[in-house]
Design a binder for this molecule. Structure first.
Ligand code: HMG
Ligand code: MG
Length: 298
């Protein structure tokens, strides 16, 4: 069966904008998040409190976050370490996300750490956040394939998921960072995580659409009982530290499919498309989302 309701975790303002060549003005980012909220999205990842030299596109986190404070939505932010957590807590963030890797190559490229060193770095972050009543998401990248290492063995992924859950993460987001997964592989990983005793209610999926498989993979996950799906408005996105990472599953494509399946999302597709068309104008190129193109007559 399929779930009756899906929670969309919107990542366009973070995963999308972190990968832009040009830096988007803070006021434009703030308007983007406001418009996403007006379109009915309720969980909108806002920015990252990472090293500004690593991700210059999000170096304005301190300026942006206060501009969003009045919004009646959840505004999770990425924090890699205690320094990032301090910055987020100082601004009143109530949801944070750490981001681990299933592979050594990406842990090194993204966090300058081995997998286990990065888990050790996250440990006090999760502990302190939880002690303060802050919700913690644990991302796990390279759950299916890695640009340096190729296919990633399922047990290797399960091990890091276990570590993130044991650390105290409230939810996990399974990342197909470079968009190579296919539905059978998704099914295989979700089955293995179930056998490991990790409840499906704690799992979200995060697909990039490089090979056009993101919707098919999402449907496989929904059939398995997953109800949290990451997506980015207009299909923005990618990761500057993983070559061949393209945009995320477009939120519009996801909403179109869910609506057709009779699954409630609370999103106003017309307003969302208008937002992505506006953002594409600011970025100077059309949205790669098929649904945005179909509904905006570009
Ligand atoms: P490092 O160079 O090893 O840092 O980077 P360090 O711990 O050695 O510290 C060096 C200096 O950086 C120190 O300053 C720290 O204070 C400062 P100094 O004492 O030399 O003056 N520093 C910071 N400053 C501000 N904010 C901070 C911070 N931390 C340290 N938070 C680090 C390690 C983790 C910081 C770095 O590698 C980093 O920032 N990485 C972020 C990478 C990133 O954001 N990647 C994109 C997000 S992940 C993703 O996109 C995948 C996802 O979408 C899921 C999927 O698709 O798979 C989530
Ligand atoms: Mg991503």
């Amino acid at each position: 069966g399929l779930p009756t309701r899906v929670r969309i975790h919107e990542v366009g303002a973070r995963d999308g904008l972190q990968n832009e060549k040009s830096t988007v003005p803070t006021a434009v980012k703030a308007e983007f998040v406001h418009r996403l909220a007006e379109a009915g999205l309720t969980t909108i990842e806002a920015t990252s409190f990472v090293h500004p030299k690593w991700v210059p596109q999000l170096a304005d986190a301190e300026q942006l976050f206060p501009l969003l404070s009045g919004l009646p939505v959840e505004l999770p932010v990425l924090v890699p370490n205690e320094r990032g957590l301090d910055r987020a807590l100082a601004l009143g963030a109530r949801r944070v996300a750490v981001f681990a890797s299933a592979t050594e190559s990406f842990a090194k490229a993204n966090l300058n750490r081995t997998v286990d060193e990065s888990l050790a770095m996250f440990h006090p972050v999760v502990e302190r956040a939880k002690a303060g009543g802050v919700h913690v998401r644990g991302y796990l990248s390279m759950c299916f394939g890695d640009p340096w290492e190729g296919a990633v063995p399922v047990p290797q992924v399960v091990r890091v998921c276990r570590a993130l859950i044991d650390m105290g993460c409230d939810e996990l987001s399974l990342g197909d960072t470079i968009g190579v997964a296919t539905p059978g592989h998704v099914e295989e990983l979700l089955t293995a995580l179930g056998e490991e005793g990790i409840p499906v209610s704690a799992l979200g999926v995060h697909f990039h659409d490089t090979y056009g498989q993101a919707l098919a993979n999402t449907l496989a996950a929904l059939r398995h009982g997953v109800t949290t799906v990451d997506a980015s408005a207009g299909g923005l996105g990618g990761c500057p530290f993983a070559k061949s990472a393209t945009g995320n599953l477009a939120t519009e494509d996801l909403v179109w499919m869910l609506t057709g399946l009779g699954i409630d999302t609370g999103v106003d597709l017309g307003r969302l498309v208008a937002t992505s068309v506006w953002m594409a104008g600011r970025l100077g190129r059309p949205s790669p989302s098929r649904t945005v193109r179909a509904l905006s007559h570009e």
